[in-house]
Write a protein that binds this ligand. Sequence first.
Ligand SMILES: [Mg+2]
Length: 241
Amino acid sequence: MFLPMSQPSPLPHRTAPTDIPFPGSGGTLDFRAVIFDMDGVIVNSEPYHEKAFFEVLRDIGYEHRFDMRFSDYVGLSDHIMWVDFVQRHRPPQTVEELLALKRQKVIEAMRREEPVFQGLPELVESLAARCRLGLASGSQHPVIETVLSLKGLGRFFSAVVSSSDVPHGKPAPDIFLRTAELLEVAPTECWVIEDSKPGVSAALNAGMRVIAITNTLPADQLGQATHVVEDYGTIRRLLLG
Ligand SMILES: [Mg+2]
């Protein structure tokens, strides 16, 4: 289900395609929307996801009986991770119960730490003045809502989609295609901002261009992306000139 967090942006957005010189492209690029991943792009949440995951394992008594690598699940949905865990370890808890336990810990950490990346709010505000913004996240809606309540970010996003809203999570294109549909733009009119390999693949599979930021992985692991950048100022220059 789509969460109707989509009050129209208070800032004007263009209805005509923008016509922006693109450094090094030798031409211009039209785009009408930018779709953000959340974890590792809006908030520095991956350390808290990992911490919450291991706290849940400790709480349910699996701390020392665990044979999965958390890093294998970065960029994938929590649901996929817990389904794998339940299949391997057969705990008494259901996937839904495990999801809820971890979700609560992540929400508490987001509220307490407010780990919004430096420079991200300014980028979001600048982009929202030029185009529509969407959020496409592997996290569940209660976590997304918590993050969008930080620094007043929620008002800039016209469409918010969780992987729980679509049949297949990243690297399938579903979440980005659904976000574009809600934003009423074509996939080719979208830029995606991502930090993970499944996320970059999902954006490309959706027929979108993707800027990967090296918040989580080094540049050489994100080489598939249209552009790889180290900071938000570079994204701003690429998209807004
Ligand atoms: Mg991410």
